[in-house]
Design a protein around this ligand. Structure first.
Ligand SMILES: Nc1ncnc2c1ncn2[C@@H]1O[C@H](COP(=O)(O)OP(=O)(O)OP(=O)(O)O)[C@@H](O)[C@H]1O
Length: 209
């Protein structure tokens, strides 16, 4: 499987945020998107995840089943917000995501209990999500990546609010995903903790470094 981005440009409102972004990621590869605030990292990730329409260019996944209509069907998107209901327990939130998303072909998600254990929070899955600390909430949002299989993970500042041990734990999850042939694209101001190529957004354009 290969993620191919060609000549991508995107607008927010009337403003062109970036143009001419091209990158190819093979199975097992990670791309870190860096750059100053407002340089377009989140915009790029939202375009890759199919949440924003590109102004021009294309995002394609090669080597996927012909049934896939759009690459977004193969993506997990973890945004700045955690996409969990505060009133529902961790267990209820993750169970919802597991059944709502289902699995992409080629893999299967682990069960909800195992996912909370993997994030080191097995004992608190009965609590309402809103009771958890900011770092615990972020860990639980990461558990979503494990309960439904998606080969491509698109992560926007995934480690914001995490302590050092959660950082390492997360790096381990990413490494396992890459080892199983997954692809990761992450916007981050901190090192991801795994080998990755870098796309530096320079405000209006981007360059591979
Ligand atoms: N809905 C919108 N309408 C108009 N402009 C927007 C909109 N959303 C974002 N922008 C602008 O697009 C530009 C890129 O924003 P984006 O969130 O992609 O940057 P970023 O690199 O992820 O920043 P940060 O590091 O602060 O998260 C910014 O100048 C922002 O003000």
């Amino acid at each position: 499987m290969r993620l191919r981005v060609e000549g991508l440009s995107a607008k927010r409102g009337e403003d062109l945020i970036f143009h001419g972004i091209s990158v190819v990621l093979d199975a097992g590869e990670a791309l870190v998107v860096t750059g100053p605030n407002g340089s377009g990292k989140s915009t790029l990730l939202r375009v890759l995840a199919g949440l924003l329409v590109a102004e021009s260019g294309s995002v394609r996944v090669e080597g996927a089943s012909p049934d896939i209509g759009h690459p977004r069907e193969l993506c997990h998107y973890l945004g700045h917000r955690n996409a969990m209901k505060r009133e529902l327990t961790v267990m209820e939130n993750l169970s919802f995501w597991k059944s709502f998303m289902g699995d992409s072909a080629g893999g299967s998600g682990i069960d909800v209990e195992a996912a909370t254990e993997a994030l080191g929070l097995g004992g608190i899955s009965h609590l309402p999500f809103g009771y958890l600390s900011a770092g615990q909430q972020r860990r639980m949002a990461m558990a979503k990546l494990l309960v439904a299989h998606r080969p491509v993970w698109i992560l926007d500042e995934p480690t914001a609010a995490l302590d050092a041990s959660a950082d390492r734990l997360f790096a381990g999850l990413v490494e396992r995903h890459l080892g199983a042939g997954g692809i990761v694209v992450a916007a981050t101001h901190q090192p991801l903790g795994v080998d990755a190529r870098e796309l530096r957004m320079t405000g209006f354009a981007g360059e591979m470094v």
